[in-house]
Write a protein that binds this ligand. Structure first.
Ligand code: GAR
Length: 193
């Protein structure tokens, strides 16, 4: 296997809105010589996102972009990504929907992690809905991003059993642990590693 160094790794931006636990797991993964990506930029649409602290801890450049006007938001984002030569975007708990214009304009790869077994439970409150419907299993999915919400081609999924006394809190925690393993695996798969 080829040894990957910072120079030949894919320059990646991670987009977050909250805690950033997936960001943390991706940063750890990116530091291994087996990882095809190097995380160069953290983008948040929320200035209070806890995950922004990982930028400080791991010395990764971070930017908060939050314009109400979609065109201004998109153009600002595109210019930051171009300036940093970003080739790939990993959405990790980014709770803003990217516009069709932005998706068309960005020439690299965009992927997302979603806390359900897509195509089931697109959108928000996935765990609550899975429990309400008395599902036996839920899980998480890494998929390519296209202009339809949570509908791009699936890269990898992990199924998680829902136990008898499961609550939204316990299921969230259980699935998040799997997300942290699944996201790096899906990235390796994209690059046939
Ligand atoms: C994760 O469970 C992620 O799958 C979900 O938000 C959480 C973020 O946690 N994403 C979505 O719901 C996107 N539709 P984190 O900030 O600790 O990584």
């Amino acid at each position: 296997m080829a040894i990957l160094t910072g120079i030949n790794k894919v320059k990646t931006a991670v987009f977050i809105s909250g805690n950033g636990s997936n960001l943390k797991s991706l940063i750890k993964f990116s530091k291994s010589s087996k990882s095809p990506i190097s995380i160069r930029l953290i983008i948040s649409n929320n200035s209070k996102a806890k995950g922004l602290n990982y930028g400080k801890i791991f010395r990764i450049k971070k930017k908060v972009i939050n314009f109400r006007n979609t065109k201004i938001f998109d153009n600002k984002l595109i210019s930051i990504l171009r300036n940093n030569k970003i080739e790939m975007i990993c959405l990790a708990g980014f709770m803003k929907i990217l516009s069709k214009y932005f998706i068309r304009k960005f020439s690299g790869i965009i992927i997302n992690i979603h806390p359900s077994l897509l195509p089931k439970y697109k959108g928000l409150n996935t765990h609550k809905r899975a429990l309400m419907n008395k599902e036996k299993y839920s899980g998480c999915t890494v998929h390519y991003v296209n202009s339809r919400l949570d509908s791009g081609k699936i890269i990898l999924q992990k199924r998680v059993k829902i136990s008898k006394n499961e609550t939204e809190k316990t299921l969230t925690r259980k699935i998040l642990i799997q997300e942290h393993k699944l996201y790096p695996k899906a990235i390796s798969k994209i690059f046939n590693l």
